[in-house]
Design a protein around this ligand. Structure first.
Ligand code: NDP
Ligand code: 8X3
Length: 248
């Protein structure tokens, strides 16, 4: 019998690529996102593989809880929906942007995870995957709250594993570096030029690369748990530590 994956943020980028990757190998999909037209086109493209689409905002706790209650068995939850907003310093950043990132990247993950875990534990099987980021471990100017949300995800994921020891429920946090999707268009609030500059003259990861990694992680033998997986394009690495020098 086919297995089912619930993907949050399946209307674009990593989420849409994962939907296509899992559909290709006979998985059933539950796809979520806010943009109904995108959900409809995913459904048209993937046909019978799509068991259900849920148009919802992951920040809406009651709606998430209600939607999850009536679902068929979910074998894998992919907590992917998320965003970065702005790249301003901590003293000039917009507080609304900060709250949106916290509500989406942290609380959205908590709502779906908390709603689906009881059935996974009762069945003694399942897999919770979160999409973290290299920003969780590697700070950069303007990454302030975005990186903070992904650091939360990193530790939440590890703590889930600690709670789940003794069950067969797996937990994995995948931490990509720079990847080309709608991520930068969202970060720069529709400024196409700024977004394009992020990827100019370089070779970022593609959403399909992340989809292959998620698929690989899920399809390992059931006793194998990938805890954390950090992945970057070959064109990305770390900068040295920054030093401020006064002009002589
Ligand atoms: P995209 O902007 O292409 O996709 C983001 C997805 O999240 C969309 O499907 C969007 O759907 C959904 N989403 C955003 N906010 C909400 C919300 N409030 N409720 C429901 N769905 C929401 O970006 P990516 O595919 O790149 O990003 C996916 C994840 O990967 C994010 O968590 C991001 O932080 C992370 N990531 C991205 C990297 C990159 O460089 N691209 C690198 C490392 C991590 P809709 O708008 O329809 O609601
Ligand atoms: C997205 C990658 O480097 O913009 O998580 O934070 S980065």
């Amino acid at each position: 019998m086919s297995k089912t994956i619930l993907i949050t943020g399946a209307t674009s980028g990593f989420g849409a690529a994962c939907a296509r990757r899992f559909a290709r190998d006979g998985w059933k999909l539950i796809l979520t996102g806010r943009r109904s037209s995108r959900l409809e086109s995913m459904q048209a493209e993937l046909g019978d593989a799509v068991a259900l689409v849920l148009m919802l905002d992951v920040r809406e706790r009651q709606k998430v809880q209600a939607a999850v209650q009536d679902l068929p068995q979910v074998d894998v939850l992919l907590n992917n929906a998320g965003l970065a907003l702005g790249l301003e310093t901590a003293w000039t950043a917009d507080m609304d942007d900060w709250e949106t990132m916290i509500d989406t990247n942290i609380k959205g993950v908590l709502y779906f995870t908390r709603a689906l875990l009881p059935s996974m534990v009762a069945r003694n099987s399942g897999h919770i995957i979160t999409i973290g980021s290299t920003a969780a471990s590697w700070p950069y100017p303007g990454g302030n709250v975005y990186g903070g949300t992904k650091a939360f995800i990193q530790q939440f994921s590890r703590n889930l594993r600690a709670d789940l020891l003794g069950t067969r429920v797996r937990v994995t946090n995948i931490e990509p570096g720079m990847a080309e999707s709608e991520f930068s268009q969202v970060r720069f609030k529709g400024d196409e030029q700024l977004a394009a500059k992020v990827y100019e003259g370089t070779e970022p990861l593609k959403p399909e690369d992340i989809a292959d990694i998620v698929y690989f992680t899920v399809n390992l033998p059931p006793h194998v748990n990938v805890n954390t997986l950090e992945v970057m394009s070959i064109a990305q690495s770390w900068a040295s530590l920054a030093v401020h020098r006064e002009k002589p």
